[in-house]
Design a protein around this ligand. Structure first.
Ligand code: PPS
Length: 305
């Protein structure tokens, strides 16, 4: 047996310890999420300085962790590493992971958090315009591809049988978290209830400086030109990938199996073209148009668009 297969088998043995649990329409991962705890996130008190980055998985979460930390540090990347953390996830944690809700209550401001949760779980106070929310959306064809590869890498997720099988599961929402279409439509429909900045992964790829500027203005943390250049510099794919704290390279203990690939895999627009068959693309478009016909925004599907 090759090393690759041995590693894959070991990964799936571990995945059996992390079953998916459907809770209020959302698939949590037993072992890293506790439904009772997730349920209490709704009641958290919110400070005006709190920031929640909301993403469907594989839409730019860790990129935003790095950008928020850099904006906070005025572009000084060394100031982040000096905080002595092995991973950005310790500085900008996922609120839904075990233990993180409780830590949030007494954490010093600014409390920067990320989440994949659906709208109904997040603190009700956000809908009274307390705190700030940044929603990052990515075109769902690239999300599907990135999520497929992540399932091979992540020990807590079962390795997909094959791409075709995962493709169908994604389209019907039979995956960890929830259906992509429901996530974006629900969050977007509440955009005006809260202080929300809505940005896309594709905008970040195509014009990162202007997105960073929009984020810093939204957060009331304006940057000088030099600071902005530094934030961009340390968050572009090729540079961020070299920073283990930001790229999750080998830092995840039993959560990722580095033999199966890298968390920061390609970081491009349009990789779906290397994966979808013509028939799959037609099927995807059909579902997309049906689900998103009333959605007011359009998506960028390839780099040259
Ligand atoms: S997760 O597991 O949901 O938190 O993953 P998430 O961080 O949301 O998404 C991972 C994808 O984002 C890409 N990524 C980046 N792209 C461009 N530039 C930068 N700096 C960057 N950082 C992360 C990462 O490579 C994953 O996309 P794919 O398509 O798999 O490469």
């Amino acid at each position: 047996m090759s090393h690759r297969r041995e590693n894959g088998a070991a990964k799936d043995a571990t995945a059996q310890n992390f079953q998916l649990v459907l809770y209020k329409g959302f698939k949590l991962i037993k072992g890293i999420h506790d439904p009772d705890d997730v349920n209490q996130i709704y009641d958290l008190e919110i400070r005006d300085s709190d920031v929640f980055v909301v993403t469907y998985p594989k839409s730019g979460t860790i990129w935003m962790q790095q950008i928020l930390l850099l904006i906070e540090a005025k572009g000084d990347v060394k100031a982040i590493s000096k905080q002595g953390s092995y991973s950005n996830a310790a500085l900008v944690p996922w609120i839904e992971l075990n233990g993180n809700r409780e830590a949030f209550i007494t954490a010093p401001s600014p409390r920067l958090r990320v989440t994949h949760l659906q709208y109904q779980f997040l603190p009700a106070a956000l809908s009274q315009k307390k705190g700030k929310v940044i929603y990052v959306a990515r075109n769902p064809k690239d999300v599907l591809v990135s999520y497929f590869h992540f399932h091979k890498l992540a020990n807590m997720l079962e390795t997909p049988k094959d791409f075709d099988d995962f493709f169908e599961k994604f389209l019907t929402g039979d995956v960890s978290a929830c259906c992509w279409f429901e996530h974006i439509k629900t969050w977007y429909s509440h955009k005006d209830d809260m202080n929300m900045l809505f940005i896309t992964y594709e905008e970040m790829i195509q014009d990162l400086p202007s997105v960073v500027e929009r984020i810093s203005v939204f957060l009331g943390k304006e940057l000088t030109d030099e600071q902005l250049v530094n934030v961009v510099q340390h968050s572009i794919f090729s540079n961020m990938r070299k920073i283990p704290q930001a790229s999750y390279e080998g830092a995840q203990g039993n959560l990722l199996n580095s033999h199966q690939g890298r968390f920061m895999r390609k970081g491009i627009i349009g990789d779906w073209k290397n994966h979808f068959t013509v028939a799959q693309n037609e099927r995807f478009d059909e579902v997309f148009h049906r689900e998103m016909k009333d959605f007011p925004l359009s998506f960028i599907w390839d780099q040259g668009q």
